[in-house]
Design a protein around this ligand. Structure first.
Ligand SMILES: C[S@@+](CC[C@H](N)C(=O)[O-])C[C@H]1O[C@@H](n2cnc3c(N)ncnc32)[C@H](O)[C@@H]1O
Length: 247
């Protein structure tokens, strides 16, 4: 494989999913999401849909065809990985991956997931409003969104933007828009460190294997800058809140 293709493939290679979340925490969220037998699960901004696949797998139990899912994302490379994962787990009849702008999706589902993708709707408030139209009556939404763990520095706001709230404000915002909060939890420090490390690790490994590649110097500088930003600017400040919401 040419080194450029190799590099592209390495980008997400070390990540389980594209959010700070441990196996145990992921299992807890799926328990709280409580996908019903025969239910339909929709994941907007799904990436390669690992949590969606687990939601369908877990809820289907022995009745392998009982739950169906659809993942929506704009990145074809990630969607292809999702389709491959579905095929490897014999879930290709149950879970489909579609390339589409999340904000244009209009088919409601029993359970909706939107993790780290509120920007696809124009921000947190717009996402919580739009997602209300996509959860069927009696349904639930798993919403993962950034939050400040404590008052941010001006440097962190400059880097990460204005549309991030402290957890209490995020919860109040959801309530103000008519949602009831069935569950909330935040990513802990180890989940964040693992997320940031695995986000860089695939490309770190590529660099070690191709130290003299023409693009190595630029990539090395990019990875160093990202790590410096994380540990120097937002580690311990930026959180990720997982809310299970209903209305
Ligand atoms: C931080 S990742 C989270 C992925 C996934 N939810 C997970 O937890 O692994 C955000 C995802 O949103 C997708 N995305 C960004 N803009 C989008 C849009 N307008 N419509 C659909 N997906 C979008 C990106 O391609 C990316 O896969």
């Amino acid at each position: 494989m040419p080194s450029a293709d190799d590099l592209a493939a390495s980008r997400y290679a070390r990540m389980r999913w594209n959010t700070p979340l441990s196996e145990e925490h992921g299992a807890l969220l799926l328990e709280r999401l409580a996908v019903p037998p025969g239910g339909r699960v929709l994941d907007l901004g799904c990436g390669w849909g690992e949590l969606l696949l687990r939601a369908v797998e877990t809820a289907s139990g022995s009745d392998a065809a009982s739950v169906t899912g659809v993942g929506v994302d704009t990145d074809e490379v990630l969607l292809a990985r999702g389709r491959q994962l579905a095929a490897e787990r014999s879930l290709q009849q149950q879970v489909t991956f579609l390339k589409q702008e999340a904000a244009t999706w209009d088919e409601p589902a029993d359970r909706v997931m939107c993790i780290g993708a509120s920007h696809a709707f124009g921000g947190t408030v717009a996402a919580l409003e739009a997602l209300a139209e996509l959860v069927r009556p009696g349904g639930r939404l798993l919403f993962g969104d950034g939050c400040w763990e404590r008052p941010p520095t001006s440097e962190a706001v400059e880097l990460l933007g204005e549309d991030i709230r402290q957890l209490a404000d995020l919860i109040e915002q959801a309530r103000a828009l008519g949602w009831r909060v069935l569950h909330f939890s935040t990513a802990d420090q180890r989940e964040w460190d693992d997320f940031e490390s695995t986000w860089l690790a695939g490309r770190q490994e590529w660099l070690l294997a191709h130290p003299a590649d023409p693009s190595a110097a630029e990539l090395r500088a990019e990875l160093d800058a990202r790590l410096r930003e994380y540990v120097g600017v937002y580690r311990g400040l930026l959180g990720l809140a997982y809310l299970v919401l209903a209305r």
